[in-house]
Design a binder for this molecule. Structure first.
Ligand code: AN0
Ligand code: CP
Length: 317
């Protein structure tokens, strides 16, 4: 695999899940594959899980790893072409990217939506430049529109816990004080549909996601109705996508928080969230601490998803 920016780029999801289960059972079986290979992880945004799990995955494969926090210690980077560089930005991405590429074999990039323009965000301007100018295979560690390593870990977690062939999976919006990207919900919807789940998306009016990602799912504005009979509840906040409201917070209704009363509507569902999560905004303490909460094994599976993808990319170097 030469590029991994969407779960749809996997040659075969079921084959990738088989590979993931193997990796989980035998984490050190491929130490030779990464020998003398270097992964560079470039972060334009904060991270706990992605940073640590991707480093661990690379180390399990015998790789060397370098991490760059672009906003801490590197030169401030200009990303748009054609601008007169008289601001505080000392270097252009168009030089920085090929330089970074010359120091490594694989590049991971985290670059969130900036909410200045939907076209720029959904055009994936930063990620695309890495793909075009680094000369190296690139994988996403969450871009403006998707978070495929998270999605692969989420699907693996559902596969490990489901008790029917086609579980009912409810992805529900929940309140949050700040504007968050649509990357995680877009990507989860894309993945859950690819996996063949019965996907229901519940969100307030004004929060419908880009249909490019949700086509095939049931979208409803009634959370209680959606939760009925759910086998998995996947909570996430996102900001508005459509119209003039792109990137805005339109709703803070705490009636959407996932509480024990809400979970009582489900088929004794498992609770999932990609983390970081704000307790008693997105989910109540008792739900996230309950035995049905999968947030910790879900996060642990991030090592497995990263290692699976790195392995597939190393094989094709
Ligand atoms: C980010 C988001 O919602 O996309 C990262 C989640 C993995 N969350 C925050 O910025 C809080
Ligand atoms: N879930 C996830 O990607 O977490 P981080 O933002 O901490 O990497």
């Amino acid at each position: 695999m030469k590029e991994f920016t969407s779960i749809r780029q996997l040659p075969d999801l079921q084959e990738a899940l088989r590979e993931a289960r193997y990796v989980k059972e035998h984490p050190f079986a491929d130490q030779e594959l990464g020998r003398n290979r270097t992964a560079l992880l470039v972060f334009f945004n904060n991270s706990l899980r992605t940073r640590l799990s991707t480093q661990k995955a690379a180390m399990n494969l015998g790789m060397n790893v370098m991490v760059l926090d672009v906003n801490q210690g590197a030169w401030k980077l200009e990303t748009r072409r054609g601008v007169i560089m008289d601001s505080d930005k000392s270097e252009h991405l168009l030089e920085a990217i090929p330089v970074m590429g010359s120091y490594c074999d694989l590049i991971g990039v985290r670059s969130f939506a900036q909410f200045e323009s939907r076209e720029e965000d959904y055009g994936e301007t930063v990620l695309r430049q890495f793909i075009e100018y680094s000369g190296r295979p690139v994988f996403s560690m969450e871009s403006a529109t998707r978070h495929p390593l998270q999605t692969l870990a989420d699907i693996l977690t559902i596969e490990e816990h489901k008790s029917s062939a086609r579980p009912k999976v409810v992805m529900t919006w929940a309140p949050h004080p700040k504007a968050l990207p649509q990357a995680v919900p877009n990507s989860f919807a894309e993945g859950a549909l690819l996996a063949g789940y019965d996907l229901v998306i519940a969100n307030p009016e004004g929060y419908d996601l880009d249909p490019e990602f949700t086509r095939g799912a049931t979208v409803t504005h009634n959370q209680d109705e959606a939760l009925e009979g759910a086998d998995f509840v996947y909570a996430k906040n996102w900001s508005a996508y459509g119209g003039d409201n792109y990137g805005k917070v339109l709703n803070r209704d705490m009636g959407w928080t996932v509480t024990a009363e809400k979970m009582a509507l489900t088929n004794n569902a498992f609770f999932m969230h990609c983390l970081p999560v704000r307790r008693n905004m997105i989910v109540s303490d008792d739900v996230i601490e309950s035995p049905r909460s999968l947030v910790i094994p879900e996060a642990a599976n991030r090592v497995v998803s990263a290692q699976t993808i790195l392995k597939m990319m190393l094989r094709d170097l």
